[in-house]
Write a protein that binds this ligand. Structure first.
Ligand code: CTP
Ligand code: MG
Length: 234
């Protein structure tokens, strides 16, 4: 499942983030191709902007996608959590494993997708790809006025921290229960599974699975694409 219903406020004004171009192709199409490239993926459910399902269906028809994969487009909601829930409701009954992948991570390598799917198939109810942090993280008392100095409360040991990415993989029943029983505002899918008391495991993520969030991320994404195209030429 690919939640793609966000506006992309932090990226600045323009089309919904998932529909913006990267190397001349919408970010969403890159994300769909990355997921469909995995043998573990037989169906891609795209959660489109609330009023953008017809446009997304049209995009899927326009771009070449692997034919052994099925595609489904459903309208999303106001929050990512609601969008994922709407995606879950659209899943055919025979689907037992669900990978939830941000359209905003268009360049995830297929090996990462495969690794997450494999860990779920091997029995983990919830799997998140993640990387160690480059920066040290401080917990602070947030300032009432932005820009004011903020007192440091604690410094978590960096070696124990991980920055999580997508696709995140779930046993379907676990993901459904998480959304039905412990859907807390702002909580991600894996966080809700933790609240359910079920184990969540981390597998290695990949630096190219970074999220396109701010304008500088687009510069990085274009550079990664250019590097791939240059390497493919050899
Ligand atoms: N998403 C979604 N439905 C929403 C909000 C977000 O499907 N109502 C999706 C986005 O399309 C994106 C993923 O969740 O693929 C991660 O969200 P984020 O990177 O925060 O994207 P946006 O919410 O679009 O960006 P911003 O927060 O800057 O507005
Ligand atoms: Mg957002």
């Amino acid at each position: 499942m690919i939640p793609a219903a966000g506006r992309g406020v932090r990226l600045g004004p323009g089309a919904p983030k998932a529909l913006r171009g990267l190397g001349g192709t919408p970010m969403l199409i890159h994300a769909i191709r990355a997921m469909a490239a995995s043998r573990a993926v037989s169906l891609v459910v795209v959660v489109a902007p609330p009023d953008g399902a017809p446009e997304v269906k049209h995009l899927l028809d326009e771009h070449a996608l692997p034919e052994r994969t099925d595609y489904l487009v459903v309208p999303g909601g106001e929050t990512r959590q609601e969008s994922v829930r709407l995606g879950i409701e659209a899943l055919p009954e025979d689907v037992a494993v669900v990978l939830v992948h941000d359209a905003a991570r268009p360049l995830v390598p297929v090996d990462t997708v495969d690794a997450v799917a494999a860990a779920v198939r091997d029995g983990a109810p919830a799997v998140v790809p993640a990387l160690p942090l480059a920066d040290t993280v401080k917990e602070v008392e947030p300032a009432a006025t932005p820009g004011e100095p903020e007192p440091v409360l604690a410094t978590p040991v960096r070696a124990r921290l991980r920055a999580v990415q997508t696709p995140q993989g779930f046993d379907r029943e676990t993901l459904e229960r998480a959304h039905a029983e412990v859907a807390v505002d702002g909580e991600g899918d894996a966080g809700m599974v933790e609240r359910l008391g079920r184990p969540v495991v981390v597998v290695p993520g990949h630096e190219e699975a970074f999220k396109v969030t701010r304008p500088l991320d687009l510069v990085l994404a274009e550079a990664v694409l250019a590097r791939r195209r240059a390497n493919d030429g050899f």
